[in-house]
Design a protein around this ligand. Structure first.
Ligand code: TXA
Ligand code: MG
Length: 347
């Protein structure tokens, strides 16, 4: 299949090109597009055949449900059974933005979207290109992250092209995404409001409005079965083995330095995922900076790109610095834990 790549400036959107993209979605095709979190792989969420193409392009297991993306709150009514007062409050505060809410689904939602569940995940993104695409296509857009299943989510169009070229109809190149980690997934369909996947809207942010909120226990523990079907799969995997180090940052740096020396002696090419504050303390290895420990949003924003950069550097093993678990740190550590396949050394 020919994949058309178009460039769109998000502050000066080319309407004609966007209409072409919207028409592809309308007629059952697949278009990758930027959101404020990561790139999505979009198709008409009410068209079973179109949604099938998403699963095929990603190689995604069919028991992993998709998020429906809308461009205005009015579009929600047809898609869900009820919107509680709490859900209204949360949407008013955080939409459009990097928050997905799980509702009880309405009858018009195809089974392929929910993988047979009685609930449906919905998000209103804030990225102007995403909003324009949804509104022009006139349907809710089903969109998982636009990576091959298991790989790091794409945060720029090159990543999408790397995984999807020849498999989908169009890629909208709208530059780098910003937040860099997928949306927070908040389940409001059950008794107790629960975070199923941490993101840039943090537990601390949500607690202000939902004092009884809890986090799914699987978020940092790989042996607990997650409530969100997608969370059980190996994710964000670099080509190389990855080991995550947590604890006091000086201990982390010392341990990574000694481990690097040993690994190099045994013939390995070692990558070090460092931060602005620590980068000059490493003596050997391929050092790539993910961001600043003082402004962890920068680490979130670059994390998936950094993992892909290590792939391109052809390292055999990646030694990565962990961060504190509060606020955005929870989302970063959730992705890093998965990328490391649970290989964590607590110092
Ligand atoms: O930021 C994002 O959310 C991006 C952009 C493109 O919007 N999308 C994204 O989609 O990350 P995906 O498919 O990669 O992740 C969706 C997550 C999966 O973990 C899936 O299992 C969960 O949401 N999910 C979807 N529907 C669900 C449901 N009804 N109940 C529980 N979890 C659900
Ligand atoms: Mg994904």
């Amino acid at each position: 299949m020919d994949t058309k790549i178009i460039k769109i400036d998000k502050s000066n959107i080319d309407k004609k090109l966007m209409i072409e993209a919207g028409d592809i979605v309308k007629s059952g095709g697949v278009v990758a597009f930027p959101t404020e979190t990561v790139y999505g792989l979009g198709a008409n969420g009410l068209d079973e055949n179109a949604v099938k193409k998403i699963y095929e392009a990603k190689g995604r297991p069919s028991d992993n449900p998709l998020i429906l993306h809308i461009s205005s709150i009015e579009e929600l009514d047809d898609l869900v059974e009820e919107v509680t007062d709490l859900a209204h409050m949360i949407m008013k505060r955080f939409w459009p933005g990097p928050l997905t809410i799980i509702f009880k689904k309405s009858r018009i939602i195809p089974n392929i979207i929910t993988a047979g569940l009685e609930s449906v995940a919905i998000r209103m993104p804030s990225h102007p290109i995403a909003l324009e695409l949804i509104s022009l296509s006139g349907v809710p857009i089903a969109a998982p992250s636009a990576n091959t299943s298991g790989r790091p989510s794409p945060t720029n169009a090159d990543h999408v092209v790397e995984d999807m070229y020849g498999k989908i109809d169009m890629v909208i190149d709208g530059g780098s995404t910003g937040v860099g980690l997928e949306s927070t997934v908040l389940d409001l369909s059950g008794e107790v409001p629960t975070i199923l996947r941490p993101g840039a809207i943090t537990l601390e942010d949500l607690k202000e409005m939902i004092p009884n909120i809890i986090q799914d226990a699987s978020i940092l523990h790989k042996d607990v079965t997650p409530k969100s079907p997608g969370q059980k799969y190996r994710h964000y995997a670099p080509k190389a083995e990855m080991i995550l180090f947590t604890g006091d940052i000086d201990d982390i740096v010392n341990k990574i330095n000694t481990s690097t020396k040993e690994l190099i002696l045994s013939g390995k090419k070692v990558g070090i995922m460092a931060t602005e504050e620590t980068k000059d303390k490493y003596e050997d290895g391929v050092v790539i900076v993910s961001g600043s420990r003082r402004k962890r949003e920068t680490i979130a924003s670059n994390l998936f790109k950094t993992i892909r950069d290590f792939d391109h550097a052809d390292v055999d093993i990646i030694l990565a610095e962990g961060v504190e678990l509060d606020n955005i740190g929870m989302a970063i550590m959730n992705r890093m834990t998965k990328a490391a396949g649970g290989k964590i050394i607590n110092l």
